[in-house]
Design a protein around this ligand. Structure first.
Ligand code: PPE
Length: 308
């Protein structure tokens, strides 16, 4: 069973804080009918030096880039949105949390053309533990290649984190769950590995990391970028290139990266054991490093941490 969201607290809604239960949307809002919204998922970590939001600038930049691709004008400056995000964490008294800012075309008229629709904007924050379960971080998860291909850049701007895009992810997740797996892996339209429904993917072979590049229809993940930097700084070679199914199946290690998923090992794909069928050495090292960084234990990466 998936845990229910809280019902207490304050949500920032169009510039003001409202009670959690009052943060509502009209059933005829444009965003509800056409999936016309953009959002972010951001984590804030409790550390010995206080609470820090991980790579806030990059997340806010991506949200505005997503909005631009859909010609959606967020009626706040990036600075205003960042301040509102920090204020949302503070006002809810959260030391560690997941933060979800969203901007979407609101209530005005229906019809696909969003012109004249207001852009509504909200920020919520709540405690969200591990995405794929505590077990997953330690022992890894079981994945399956989805028969649903990842949306294609000729159809939608895949690098936008847009609400409607997640129908593609939803199909892949439901299909994987129905077939008894923990999570899906999606291929792009050319048959190369793209990503998970909410995670980027890495393979490790002979101590080199491989990950699908931008042309494989991926969402350019901020955790993905962090993993690439951390791995290179640790001395590993990281190659961004088209990755085939067989390269994943024959890899020494495979893992997911994402804000919600953090760094999660994959121990099996379609009942094929990956490596030794548990968290591999390189994955373990990157994961430890990642958790040290987000918990403010690495001076060198403090630039990624925004104090609340
Ligand atoms: N690909 C997709 C499709 C994706 O949704 C995410 C984040 C990533 C890759 C990783 O990106 P980043 O978080 O910047 O490293 N998925 C978000 C939403 C998950 C959800 O179920 O909702 C997240 O992890 O917050």
């Amino acid at each position: 069973m998936v845990e229910r969201l809280p019902e207490e607290g304050k949500i920032w809604y169009n510039g003001e804080f409202v009670d959690w239960k009052e943060a509502k949307v009209h059933v005829l809002a444009h965003g509800l009918h056409y999936g016309s919204g953009v959002f972010e998922g951001i984590r804030c970590y409790a550390t010995e030096k206080g609470s820090f939001i991980f790579r806030l600038n990059e997340h806010v930049n991506r949200m505005y880039r997503s909005a631009e691709l859909y010609k959606l004008k967020i009626p706040y400056s990036k600075e205003e949105l960042k301040n509102a995000i920090k204020e949302t964490v503070r006002i809810n008294g959260l030391d560690a949390c997941y933060i979800r800012p969203i901007a979407f075309y609101g209530y005005h008229h229906l019809g696909v053309n969003p012109e004249s629709c207001p852009v509504d904007c909200a920020i919520a924050a709540w405690r969200w533990g591990t995405y794929l379960g505590e077990e997953a971080l330690e022992n890894g998860i079981r994945c399956t290649f989805s028969s649903w291909r990842r949306i294609d850049p000729n159809t939608l701007p895949v690098m936008a984190k847009a609400t409607g895009h997640y129908l593609n992810s939803l199909l892949a997740v439901l299909d994987a769950k129905e077939r008894g797996f923990d999570e899906a892996i999606m291929l792009d339209n050319n048959g190369y590995v793209a990503e998970g429904p909410g995670e980027n993917i890495f393979a490790v072979k002979n101590a080199t990391l491989y990950t699908p590049a931008a042309e494989s229809s991926i969402l350019p993940g901020i955790t993905r970028d962090s993993v690439i930097v951390l791995a290179r700084d640790t001395g590993y070679e990281v190659v961004e290139k088209p990755v085939t199914k067989e390269e994943l199946l024959s890899a020494d290690e495979v893992f997911f990266s994402g804000t919600a998923a953090e760094v999660s090992p994959i121990r099996e794909i379609d009942n094929v054991t990956i490596g030794e069928g548990k968290r591999g050495e390189v994955t373990g090292e990157i994961q430890r490093k990642f958790f040290d960084v987000v918990h403010a234990k690495e001076e060198r990466y403090m630039r990624w941490l925004e104090p609340v």
